[in-house]
Design a protein around this ligand. Sequence first.
Ligand code: ADP
Length: 397
Amino acid sequence: MNILVINAGSSSLKYQLLNPETQQVLAKGLCERIGIDGKFTYKPEGKQAVKEADVAMPTHNEAIKAVLDALVDKDNGVIGSMKEIDAVGHRVVHGGEKFAKSVLITGEVMAAIEECNPLAPLHNPANIIGIKACQALMPDTPMVAVFDTAFHQTMPAEAYMYALPYEYYEKDKVRRYGFHGTSHKYVTQQAAAMLGKPLEELKLISCHLGNGSSIAAVDGGKSVDTSMGFTPLAGLPMGTRCGDIDAGILQYLMNKYGMDIDKMLNVLNKKSGVEGLSCVSSDFRDLETAAEKGDQKAALAQKKFAYEVRKYVGAYAAAMGGVDAVIFTAGVGENDKTIRSMVCKGLEYMGLKVDEAANDVRGKETVISAADSKVKVLLIPTNEELMIAIDTAALAK
Ligand code: ADP
């Protein structure tokens, strides 16, 4: 079964054609600068060719058309015709409280996704445009929506409610939703396989540390708490996002500098996090290089990040009444042994010990805890595309 996975943003679109049964990726790539001039990248697996071309993409329709043309291309294509695409899986950021699972897309589902637009005004409209563009070109192919928020719909009310007047939840749907659900779901399933135990019997803490970062407490395969909130701005400090701060700071800074709320949020989303703190970069590789050269602020940013991750690990172990394994995934989690080591230092009291030799690894499934560590520490590369394809195939069958 071949599944086309689409992750549409407002001006870009990532795609991957893969077989979820064999886990084989047939081709993948990226459409960028949609609505501007259009840049197309296509990489068929197993072939040398990487095609990068300027393709006019006034809308997402031309972008999808370029993807389909490339997939069936005589020379560099990977399938004979579009009929060999059995279904399309779309990443959708926000499913609100309506979607606790992936769903086959119908007219009703589209309307419900649109209703979630106010909750993710930057992301959901772009996801919807991607779905409509695919539907226009592939009217007979089943399409599935896979939501970033769905996995966290199992959280209990004490985890998802904010201590605000209840009416804001009832009338306005203000609550913790959480994101990166597809990734947390995938790595916790993989963890169970690595540990050789049923997921239902495991208490896991999944640390998705990338440009955007979130942590999830997963008890028996169900998300019971997560660090991102109503929006992806909450929780950990990230590349450029501040994470949790005292809301009183907003009033103080807005008054002092005459900023309106849009300017303020721009600072919190795009100029804060480890970039804001270090005055160096949002990229953890740059932080490490600068810290090694003696840059104090870069070192502080690394420390702050690791400290906050460590606090969540402790908090979620308390929330679940124990923890069997801590998982590191995404760009930083998979590649940055320094951060992994910094996070875990000081957690020996709860029976968590890293084997530094085993931790000297990048991007492959590895147990990085010491043999006598009661709590296992796992590096598991995430694969959101595969998770989307698996859900899509199951629903399209
Ligand atoms: P996104 O949230 O955009 O999906 P990723 O999960 O791809 O982000 O993570 C990107 C981040 O991963 C980069 O900003 C960088 O900080 C970090 N990263 C990538 N490679 C390395 C590496 N070798 N060492 C440390 N950090 C890395």
